[in-house]
Design a binder for this molecule. Structure first.
Ligand code: SF4
Ligand code: SF4
Length: 110
């Protein structure tokens, strides 16, 4: 059963803590990313409201924190997400959680 990450990006603040936690965990250089926070810049909707989202995106370097998970822990990005919008689990669990939320969610399988 495959595992992955679910991000409820409605409340992602763009704080970049997940990027830093991941870089420390994978011992990456400053220019490498196992997690990258993307920014969907402000743009105005037809109704006049504004759209501005951040989406944390695991890169090809993400290994789902295999060492931490094997030791009984949770992924570093999940642990350090200040807004608590990152979740780790089986795809089935994450899909159920995302469907229950119903909006602004994405599941990543690295
Ligand atoms: S699960 Fe681990 S390796 Fe993957 S993005 Fe999160 S911190 Fe990085
Ligand atoms: S740590 Fe959480 S709130 Fe901060 S940028 Fe990453 S996903 Fe968003």
């Amino acid at each position: 059963m495959a595992n992955g990450l679910y991000i409820d990006f409605e409340f992602c603040s763009g704080c970049h803590s997940c990027e830093i936690a991941c870089r420390n965990e994978l011992e990456l250089g400053i220019t490498d990313f196992g997690m990258k926070v993307l920014e969907d810049k402000p743009r105005q909707n037809p109704d006049g409201s504004w759209h501005w989202d951040y989406i944390a995106y695991p890169t090809e370097l993400c290994n789902l924190c295999e060492d931490r998970v094997a030791a009984g822990g949770i992924p570093a990005c999940v642990q350090h997400c200040q807004a608590k919008v990152l979740y780790y689990g089986t795809i089935e669990e994450l899909t159920a959680q995302m469907l229950e939320k119903g909006s602004k969610g994405a599941i990543f399988i690295p």
